[in-house]
Write a protein that binds this ligand. Structure first.
Ligand code: HEC
Ligand code: HEC
Length: 466
């Protein structure tokens, strides 16, 4: 660490220490700073109250000891980080309730969890990549058949497929246009699509999701309406973002607007700043797309602090670096959109200062493809055949196709919210990017982007400050 970094670090730790004294185990003070590798993450409770750690979200409502907080932890960006899971394994010898064989282990059959060594092996994907096993059945009317499953961990069933996915953050939920990686909790008939104006659709979907999470992950009976209400009102009051950077200091200093308090006043509605052409009319106000998705660090352009200037440059790269978008299912195969065009990071991450897509848009950018530029060899491979054309594809996760049954939806997932990233590595739905640098490597190779080393460093500094 450089001396300036060290000073910031000491200040941060003193701050943390003094706040810890006010924590009583029952709640976190509002805006309690939680450290990660690049700074401090904070969660703001929009009700201006401490963040209670005793509500239904933190209670074991099922039969296996798990609560929502087993997989959605305040200190890990309300997801889990692989490093955090490893620490929990170490401290509990692999007995913490996240380590359960229903969906925490690589497979739920023929495993030995009677010894630490056995558990280390059984939970290898959770430990190494923070992955939970998601088993979904192939829809009866699917446009494809599953010809084969090659799963190194067992669980090779062809009618119920086992995918391995990262817990999405249970915070900043008010900015969502669809729930779950594959949108399955916002899909009729069991749940509702979130449309403009949202007349309670998001809340209904979150209630349904809380029920499914309790019966699934926690192996319980359905929670009571009061418990569901408690969970949903708790999680929807949270706004989470990086608040302090060890090098750049307070991310809301000198007219910058980083951190969770500013995020709480960020406007959002379904379709806000949608990037599709105006003819699609996805933005109900008819306003044209503004490519400046993030403006948090505008005031730091030309800052005399090199770290602040770097973050501001990274933001400008996110907003403006040209990317040739081609072969992305969900964009380039849509009627009325070109097979190839010049866009930016913000073409897909278009929601202002949040970074998910402001309308439900399942996309296949190739993260689950067997040809991904990142290593995906630790994942199962599914061979799918089109019932009409007999065309065959291989993928490590069929994504939304397992919800809609549609061939065109193979490999499609949503782009997640890009706040609080520094606390929740690894990235992408399958954890294939161990770091934000790996995320950049993915984009660079997948879309042939020529980033200079400086541009990469700036972009990473920016993403770490979100
Ligand atoms: C065993 C780990 C685990 C537990 C326990 C768990 N979740 Fe999750 N959660 C996940 C995973 C994995 C996903 C993403 C799965 C997917 O999209 O296929 C997820 C997704 C979510 C999402 C979707 C966020 C978004 O951006 O779409 C919400 C909200 C959520 N969980 C809330 C809860 C609540 C509330 C509970 C308790 C009732 C809970 N979770 C319990 C692992 C867990
Ligand atoms: C063509 C659409 C598209 C473009 C362009 C795009 N993204 Fe993404 N991004 C996505 C999708 C879709 C995902 C989710 C992919 C997955 O997990 O399989 C994603 C995921 C991410 C994640 C991981 C978030 C997490 O929680 O795991 C980061 C970080 C990210 N993108 C940053 C960027 C940056 C930086 C750029 C520009 C260099 C960019 N994206 C360009 C669509 C896009």
């Amino acid at each position: 660490m450089r001396p300036s970094q060290l000073t910031s670090f000491v200040v941060a730790m003193v701050l943390l220490g003094s706040m810890t004294e006010s924590a009583n185990g029952q709640s976190l003070p509002n805006l309690f700073p939680l450290p990660n590798r690049s700074g401090l993450l904070e969660t703001y409770n929009v009700n201006h109250a401490p963040i209670s750690l005793t509500g239904a979200f933190f209670q074991s409502l099922g039969t296996n000891g798990r609560s929502c907080a087993s997989c959605h932890r305040p200190a890990e960006g309300w997801s889990v980080s692989a490093a955090g899971v490893q620490l929990r394994f170490l401290l509990t010898q692999g007995l913490d309730p996240i380590f359960r064989t229903n969906d925490g282990s690589d497979c739920d059959q023929n495993i030995d969890t009677s010894s630490v060594q056995g558990r280390r092996q059984a939970y290898s994907l959770l430990l190494n990549r923070g992955l939970i096993r998601i088993a979904l059945s192939v829809p009866a009317d699917a446009e494809f058949t599953v010809q084969g499953v090659s799963n190194p961990y067992g669980c090779g069933d062809t009618s119920t497929l086992s995918m391995y996915r990262r817990p999405l953050p249970a915070t900043n939920l008010e900015f969502l246009s669809t729930l779950m990686w594959d949108g399955r909790e916002s899909t009729p008939p069991s749940t509702v699509k979130i449309t403009y104006p949202d007349t309670g659709q998001l809340l209904a979907d979150l209630a349904h999701q809380a029920m499914d999470a309790t019966t699934g992950h926690a192996q319980g009976a359905a929670p009571t309406p009061a418990q569901i209400h408690d969970i949903v009102s708790f999680e929807t009051a949270l706004r989470t973002a990086q608040a302090f950077d060890y090098q750049a200091g307070l991310l809301s200093d000198a007219r910058a607007t980083g951190g969770p308090v500013a995020l709480a006043s960020q406007q959002f509605f379904i379709g806000i700043n949608d990037s599709f052409p105006a003819s699609f009319a996805f933005n109900p106000t008819g306003a044209p797309f503004n490519p400046n998705i993030f403006n948090l660090f505008n005031a730091w352009t030309n800052s005399r602090s090199s770290s602040r200037a770097s973050i501001a440059r990274g933001q400008a790269i996110f907003n403006s670096k040209p990317i040739t978008i081609s072969s992305v299912a969900g964009i380039n195969d849509v009627d009325g959109l070109p097979a190839s065009f010049s866009g930016t990071c913000g073409t897909c991450h278009d929601s202002p200062n949040v970074g998910d897509h402001s309308v439900s848009a399942a996309l296949n950018i190739g993260v689950a493809d067997v040809t991904s530029p990142l290593d995906v060899s630790y994942l199962p491979v599914f061979t799918l055949a089109n019932k009409v054309t007999n065309k065959v594809v291989q993928t490590t996760d069929p994504g939304r196709a397992l919800i809609t049954g549609k061939w065109a939806d193979i490999g499609k997932v949503k782009g997640p919210i890009l706040r609080g990233l520094a606390s929740r590595a690894p990235y992408f739905h399958n954890g294939s990017a161990a770091t934000l640098a790996d995320v950049i490597v993915f984009y660079e190779m997948r879309f042939n982007i020529g980033f200079t080393p400086q541009e990469k460093a700036d972009l990473i500094a920016f993403l770490n400050s979100l």
